[in-house]
Design a protein around this ligand. Structure first.
Ligand code: GDP
Length: 197
């Protein structure tokens, strides 16, 4: 897919205020600092479309972007930032769950995982939660350039093993590096295929 246009539409906290759900929507989420903004900027080929927050975890907003006038890309607030209070975490959980359950045009959730780390409980719990909700999702391993291919393979194999403990079928896995521009075509082609279905 060629990205002809990518524009920011709005940020808000409630599904009711999101843009009219008349186009397929793809949401990106992961632990804070996983590389979500960098990935979104790589996909859209814009330097600062998704902004890196200076205080991670503070902005709990659903950010909508319109791509090629054809589909929505959504930047969801990240999880797992240590300094966030219990109250804010609970707010995040409520907002995200409400969005997942009510956003009727939500087509696929992209769960970002830092490829350097062994499976983290919080990420596994989040993935399992999506599976329980019955939402289509894929897993995107980020920051491939930070370590050897062998290390990346071992992280991915460990995630596959863990997920097989719960699910018969594994989600699709993507390998990316915003730094080295890896994985862009694969993700955009996937979105194009799903849009055409
Ligand atoms: P976010 O909090 O998930 O939006 O993460 P950011 O996109 O702001 O990235 C967090 C940090 O990781 C920043 O310092 C980025 O420069 C760095 N980063 C993100 N993606 C990559 C990548 O693919 N390779 C490398 N080497 N660094 C990355």
């Amino acid at each position: 897919m060629v990205i002809k246009e990518a524009k920011f539409l709005m940020s808000n906290t409630r599904v009711e205020q999101c843009p009219t759900p008349n186009k397929p929507e793809y949401a990106f989420i992961g632990r804070s600092n996983v590389g979500k903004s960098s990935l979104i900027n790589m996909l859209t080929e814009q330097k600062n479309l998704a902004k890196t927050s200076s205080s991670p975890g503070k902005t709990q907003l659903i950010n909508h972007f319109l791509i090629n006038d054809d589909w929505y890309l959504v930047d969801l607030p990240g999880y797992g930032y240590a300094k966030v209070s219990k109250g804010s975490r609970e707010e995040w959980r409520k907002m995200i769950n409400y969005y997942f359950q009510k956003r009727e045009n939500l087509t696929c959730v992209f769960v970002l995982i830092d490829s350097r780390h062994e499976p983290l409980k919080q990420d596994l719990e989040f993935i399992n939660h999506l599976g329980t909700l019955g939402l289509p999702f894929v897993v995107v391993f980020t920051k491939l350039d930070k370590q050897s291919a062998t290390k990346t393979d071992s992280t991915i194999a460990a995630y596959a093993r863990k997920l097989r403990e719960t699910w018969d079928e594994l989600p699709r896995f993507f390998q990316t590096s915003a730094e080295k521009h890896i994985g862009r075509d694969e993700i955009l082609n996937f979105i194009e295929e799903v849009n055409e279905q």
